[in-house]
Design a protein around this ligand. Sequence first.
Ligand code: IDC
Length: 484
Amino acid sequence: MKRVPRPSRRHLAVAGAVGALALGATAVLPATNAMAATGCAVTYTTNSWAGGFTASVTVKNLGAAVNGWTLGFSFPHSGQRVVQGWSATFNQTGSAVTAQSLSYNGSLATGASTTIGFNGSWTSSNPAPTSFTLNGTVCTGGTTPTTPPPTTPPPTTPPPTTPPPTTPPPGGTTPVAINGQLRVCGVNLCNQYGKPIQLRGMSTHGLQWFSQCYNDASLDALSKDWLADLLRVSMYVQEDGYETDPAGFTNRVNTLVDEATERGMYALVDFHTLTPGDPMFNLERAKTFFAAVSARHAGKNNVIYEITNEPNGVSWSTIKNYAEQVIPVIRANDPDAVVVVGTRAWSSLGVSEGGNSTEVVNNPVNAGNIMYAFHFYAASHRDSYRAELERAAARLPMFVTEFGTVTYTGGGAVDAASSTAWLDLLDRLKISYANWTFSDADEGSAAYRPGTCYGGTYTGPSVLTESGTFMRNRIRTPDNFPTS
Ligand code: IDC
């Protein structure tokens, strides 16, 4: 532990003032303003199981507006630890915890509230903290911290001879019921227990061409026959897509997100930019679209946002600039949602235009809880692309939001050997993926034979293409999501 020289009284007083100001550290608030934050109220709720818990902490500012805040509290019991937090930067020293606001939730007007949370661990008991501070001011705003009793009793002593009970996932066995709200932890996508998971699923084709393929029967097949975790909803912006009917396409996306939700699948909302390759061309459309969609689904825990499909012919710094303008629009409505950012050269981390992932590692998007997209087509992209993805995945949270078993044209024969090598790599690295496409397009990448979507039957071997058969076999294998 770092040894700090004991400050004199005078230094202490100065340190106190700086501490108060630190709440608004980046703001030009006079110290008195920050000090004027005389009140706050905190609601602390937990969902607890043997040895672990998820805490949700809502902070209401009853004092003057602040721009940047730090919440402080102490755990009553020495065995309580923050394991993985979200929507704030958590630090724990001994039993004292601080949670510092992020760029998107630092401004709290008088009367405004924000919710942060964390996964924690505990040993012999898990009581709620009894006192909170906001920028150093004690929260006396009246809300009593509450801790419902653990849903499973704490371990008994002496320890049982049978293995400790595993907590059944609350509320069912679908991917979303088990994993809940996802968040990025390190380079992984983690579930509500703070454990890395991989989502495996399918991408729609362009909604402007294949909406007949997305109905109750086909989505039931995807969830119950394919056992998919994820539906990527591909909404082209050009090529007769969103730009021709923003309200209509926003509705179609919203409906499909609802359909995925009903079936306990995650929904990946793909703003499918392709030509032109500069995402800035669609910046205003992206802001309008994501403001609407994120507001509509803010209360859900299964929505992931993919803000640009395949930037091409543009620099990484342009893509980063675009991301840093679109992400705050989403976060304003849905602060916890994971956002995926496309990468240079058709989401190849730059490789298809002669670059590599170093440009992202050295200049990441300035936002938390985000991942980066990587796309490949197995018959066109092989070892050198696999090597670059593996290298990048050690440093960056990666999500394969689109790939094909065929060539990059979307057509041609399935390359089973390369597809197997790719999926084995993604499984080993726990990289989530969506396959192009869950449709009956007349091209090798489509999972269903042409005409299937006019027939109404989506199960059984006769409706699947070679790619569909291959992908269904891969996706159907058990997920074994960790729940403790
Ligand atoms: C392709 C479709 C094809 C359609 C074309 C239109 O498979 O039916 O005519 O788009 O632009 C991508 C893109 C994706 C492509 C796909 C296959 O994200 O839109 O779909 N692909 O070419 N990147 C690499 C390959």
